[in-house]
Ligand binder design. Structure first.
Ligand SMILES: *[C@@H]1O[C@H](CO)[C@@H](O)[C@H](O)[C@H]1NC(C)=O
Ligand SMILES: *[C@@H]1O[C@H](CO)[C@@H](O)[C@H](O)[C@H]1NC(C)=O
Ligand SMILES: *[C@@H]1O[C@H](CO)[C@@H](O)[C@H](O)[C@H]1NC(C)=O
Length: 320
């Protein structure tokens, strides 16, 4: 009986083909969140969209790192089949011919996910798409910021450290001066295949300029954001000397009030961001130059903070 049905189906299809019908699979695309949080109650919905034109769907299969974990074959009863996915489960109530929902993920399920769609007979046209998903174990606490001092005199260098607890993957660290991002330490070479948690660390040196530097006309631009790359693959603990090379350096003309605040933010993709307690930093004593009116009322000081980065200097010198 079933065989008969299949043959009829096939004949119908062949007639349709002769009739000029097309039943190819087109526009297959996969949509997977770049990152999701791990743990109980967390979930990821992976979608696959496609255009079968005049064909029927034969099957849709989902793989993680080449291992199939979900299959939907509308001709079968029941149409869904689930294979073990250690470290998570598939929510069958919200999985079908265009999406699969995975719940309670473990970070070891990070990796590439594939969706494979096959059109029905006679052509069984098949296509596959892949996208990465990272299951994030965020740091337990907010980043910790420490400063060499919380007041300064012109010409001083302020040193700051920001450290972040272990997490998967290693977080990036961004430095924020008042409301401006001024520098970033990017964690890279974190192998997606070893699922180790790693901490992150960033060092910043801020050189406080004398007021005369206003006259150079240097201003903060976002292009001056400097980055350091943290080699997390080998672990910074093993190569402490490497840290020194990765000090971020900033040059700052303090705002007229003499006060600014510094904080750091740990981020993991767009799914986790946590800021340290901001630390206010004041000028030691009123600046003597204010007597001449050159300090706080200088013509170029229109906003709260004028930040000058070494990068901007370099660019400027280069163009001269
Ligand atoms: C689908 O594919 C066709 C060509 O194969 C293209 O012209 C069309 O823009 C695509 N549609 C979408 C929604 O991507
Ligand atoms: C920052 O970290 C370095 C290296 O661990 C340490 O030598 C230095 O004293 C720290 N500085 C501050 C202000 O915490
Ligand atoms: C860190 O920043 C880099 C560069 O912007 C980005 O490619 C990477 O995905 C970020 N890593 C995390 C864990 O957010």
């Amino acid at each position: 009986m079933i065989k008969m049905k299949r043959i009829c189906h096939l004949i119908f299809r062949l007639l349709f083909l002769l009739d000029g019908g097309v039943w190819s699979l087109r526009n297959l695309s996969i949509s997977v969140p770049r990152a999701v949080l791990s743990g109980e109650g967390q979930s990821a919905v992976l979608r696959c969209s496609y255009d079968l034109e005049d064909a029927a769907l034969y099957s849709i299969r989902w793989y993680r790192a080449e291992t199939e974990f979900y299959r939907y074959v509308p001709r079968e009863m029941p149409p869904t089949m689930v294979f073990p996915l250690p470290g998570a489960s598939v929510d069958l109530t919200q999985s079908d011919y265009q999406q699969v929902r995975i719940v309670n993920l473990n970070r070891r399920l990070s990796g590439d996910y594939q969706c494979e769609v096959s059109a029905d007979a006679p052509l069984f046209h098949t296509d596959i798409r892949s996208a990465p998903l990272t299951v994030v174990d965020p740091p337990f606490r907010a980043p910790h910021l420490s400063l060499s001092r919380d007041s300064y005199a012109r010409g001083d260098i302020l040193r700051a450290n920001c450290s972040v607890d272990e997490a998967y993957p290693a977080p990036n660290i961004t430095w924020i001066l008042d409301d401006h991002k001024i520098a970033e330490t990017v964690s890279w070479r974190t192998s997606d295949l070893d699922f180790k948690e790693r901490g992150a660390f960033s060092r910043l040196e801020i050189t406080i300029l004398e007021a005369e530097h206003y006259k150079m006309g240097l201003t903060y631009t976002s292009a001056s954001l400097s980055r350091a790359y943290q080699d997390n693959y080998y672990g910074y603990e093993k190569q402490p000397e490497k840290e020194d090379k990765e000090v971020l350096r900033y040059t700052l003309v303090p705002p007229p009030t003499g006060q600014f605040s510094l904080s750091c933010v740990a981020t993991i993709y767009d799914i986790y961001a946590r800021k340290s307690e901001p630390i206010p930093i004041r000028e030691d004593a009123p600046h003597p130059a204010s007597v001449t009116g050159e300090d706080s009322s200088g013509p170029l000081v229109s906003h709260s903070a004028v930040l000058v980065s070494l990068c901007a200097c370099a660019v400027l010198l280069h163009t001269l």
